[in-house]
Design a protein around this ligand. Structure first.
Ligand SMILES: CCCCCCCCCCCCCCCC(=O)SCCNC(=O)CCNC(=O)[C@H](O)C(C)(C)COP(=O)(O)OP(=O)(O)OC[C@H]1O[C@@H](n2cnc3c(N)ncnc32)[C@H](O)[C@@H]1OP(=O)(O)O
Length: 134
């Protein structure tokens, strides 16, 4: 079993986004295109990272990406995010995508990746992530 196999039966983190996979997002084989999924993951991660950072963030890296199973058209996709590490200006965010396939009734993790976001100011320069409250 490798690191990416589905040893975790439940999603980790907070629900950041839910969306239905539509036919317009397919590749030439009729499966949902991985690049579209990556963009949605970036949007979900950005939404949560900007809450942690208290404002604007930029994506600086995407690490450890794994596509586990194909995504069917019509699947309900749920994006979960979890801050793994917060540095001076950076936030490492695990983004998991889970699929609920309405035809097979299967609920499973389809992909995950660690995104690195950096808190930036209005001029695009790095700024410190504010200390967490509570
Ligand atoms: C089938 C599959 C197809 C897939 C393929 C299809 C594609 C289908 C489209 C999908 C697409 C979706 C993904 C869109 C996501 C964008 O849109 S990415 C493009 C938008 N992002 C940008 O434009 C950011 C450009 N970068 C920058 O402006 C500068 O790098 C930044 C963000 C201001 C940082 O400046 P810097 O000089 O690197 O600052 P520096 O102080 O050195 O580092 C800041 C912090 O970042 C950390 N850091 C910097 N670089 C890294 C790194 N590489 N790694 C980790 N940490 C780093 C540093 O350690 C530091 O951490 P702290 O110690 O402060 O906590």
């Amino acid at each position: 079993m490798n690191d990416y196999e589905q040893e975790d039966p439940i999603p980790q983190g907070d629900l950041a986004l839910q969306i239905t996979a539509l036919p317009r997002e397919t590749n030439g084989f009729g499966d949902i295109y991985g690049g579209w999924l990556v963009s949605q993951m970036d949007l979900a991660g950005t939404a949560m990272a900007s809450k942690v950072a208290g404002g604007r963030v930029a994506t600086v890296a995407i690490d450890r990406m794994a596509f586990l199973v194909p995504v069917a058209v019509g699947a309900q996709l749920s994006f979960y995010t979890q801050a793994l590490e917060i540095g001076r200006s950076s936030i490492q965010m695990m983004v998991e995508v889970w699929s609920d396939d309405p035809l097979s009734n299967e609920w499973r993790k389809v992909t995950e990746a660690v995104f690195v976001f950096v808190a930036i100011d209005g001029s695009g320069r790095t700024r410190p992530v504010p200390p967490r409250r509570g």
